[in-house]
Structure formats: C-alpha cells, structure tokens
Write a new protein. Structure first.
Length: 232
C-alpha cells in the first residue's frame, strides 16, 4: 500500500506566485507517492493570498487551506497543519530554503529507512543564512520529510528562532550527515562537522567555493535507522 504524504506550506502575502508554486509542488509530490495532500496555512496575509488558495481547492481537491486572522509565525503554522494532516510522512520547508522542489526525489528514496530525512545545500557551512533575534545568524533553511510520529514528538519544540537541525540536537537525537547527488562529488567540497556551533569550528583551508555547490547538490540528515516503515 502506498505511503500517504502531507505537505505543510505556511504562506503570507504571496498572491502573485502562489498558484504556479503550488502546481509545481503538487506535480513533484505526486510523482513520489499517492495519496498526497497539500495544506496551505495562510499566516495572516493582507493581500489576496487566501482567495487564490481557496480558488485552487475547487480545482485541486488535494489542496486544503487553513487561515489565521493574524501572523503567528512559521512554527505555529506547522503545528496547525500537523493537527489537520493525515499523511504518514510530512513534508516541511523552512524559511530561506534555497533548494528546488524538483530535488525531492533524491531524498524520498531514503524516507522508508529513516524517520527524518533533510536536504540543504552541500558545502554551505554556517554562513549566508538568515539572522535570528539577538543577532545570531543561522545557515539557510532546509526542507525535510518527517515521519508523523516523529514530528508529533518534535512539534512542541519548533520555534521561529531555531532551525530544524537544532531542534534535533536539543532532543538529543543522533543523526548522521552524508552527501547524495546525481553527480560525483567534486574535489574540496566538504561539510562542516555535524552538530558543531560556528564559534567552535576550526579554521578550514578546504572551504568549498560557492560555485562548487549548485542547488541540486544535497545533504540528508537522518535521525536513526529503522528496519522497516511502520506508523506508530
């Protein structure tokens, strides 16, 4: 029996780009498994985002809409979507993620073996990310497939000030990081050690060049290996 998949997509003031983006996402996810449902969580938009999303639900029954009257943030939107989603696997995308959805099949191949599979640009280190309150800068956002039972356990920990990787570390979840790609790894493309803070990183003479890590070069982050898929 196919594994069901729910995508949780928080949005705010994106009326001009929402429809083509959702269509691309639906097309990509439908190639991975069936059934698929896509939850658009409108986080207090002041434009016509909710109208565009609502119109799409008429043509595409896979799309569901949740609306807030005021902005609550990414983490709260994910929790709201999780409460309504029925999929065995949940798909999330953090703010600032630069990876295209077309790369999701690379990660999906690992979903049956691992409760958490995460993608981010390889070799990016801890620089070039978004700034959080207090001036701390975090690496660019990631996207991930998470088993439902695992996300239910992690959801209370989610905040707008932590990356998903940091939530895993806070929970004491052991994970490993490796490169997957459709092309061979280039010389000097390296990753910083998993779980280490920027101020503890040693000086690197082999830091990758930006042009050496295109968007389709991914890393996946894994919780722990399991023998088979089962809904807890």
């Amino acid at each position: 029996m196919p594994i069901s998949l729910s995508a949780l997509v928080p949005v705010r003031n994106v009326q001009a780009v929402l429809e083509p983006a959702l269509l691309r996402m639906l097309e990509t996810l439908a190639e991975l498994t069936r059934p698929v449902e896509l939850f658009v969580i409108d986080d207090g938009s002041t434009d016509a985002t909710i109208e565009v999303a609502s119109e799409m639900t008429v043509r595409y029954p896979q799309i569901r809409v949740i609306r807030y009257g005021q902005t609550r943030g990414w983490a709260e939107a994910i929790r709201a979507g999780l409460a309504e989603a029925t999929g065995q696997i949940l798909f999330l995308e953090e703010p600032g993620c630069r990876l295209p959805w077309e790369e999701l099949p690379l990660l999906w191949n690992a979903v049956l073996k691992h409760p958490v599979v995460m993608g981010r640009p390889a070799g990016g280190g801890w620089t070039g990310g978004r700034a959080f309150p207090g001036g701390r800068e975090q690496e660019g956002g990631t996207y991930q497939f998470v088993r439902r039972s695992t996300l239910l356990r992690l959801a209370p920990r989610l905040t707008d000030g932590l990356s998903f990787r940091e939530v895993l570390l806070q929970e004491g979840i052991a994970w490993q990081e490796r490169i997957i790609s459709d092309r061979p790894r280039r010389e000097y493309e390296v990753l910083y050690p998993a779980g280490r803070q920027p101020d503890s990183l040693p000086e690197r003479t082999d830091q990758p060049q930006l042009q050496a890590s295109p968007p389709n070069y991914l890393v996946h982050v894994i919780e722990e290996k399991v023998s088979e898929f089962s809904e807890e």
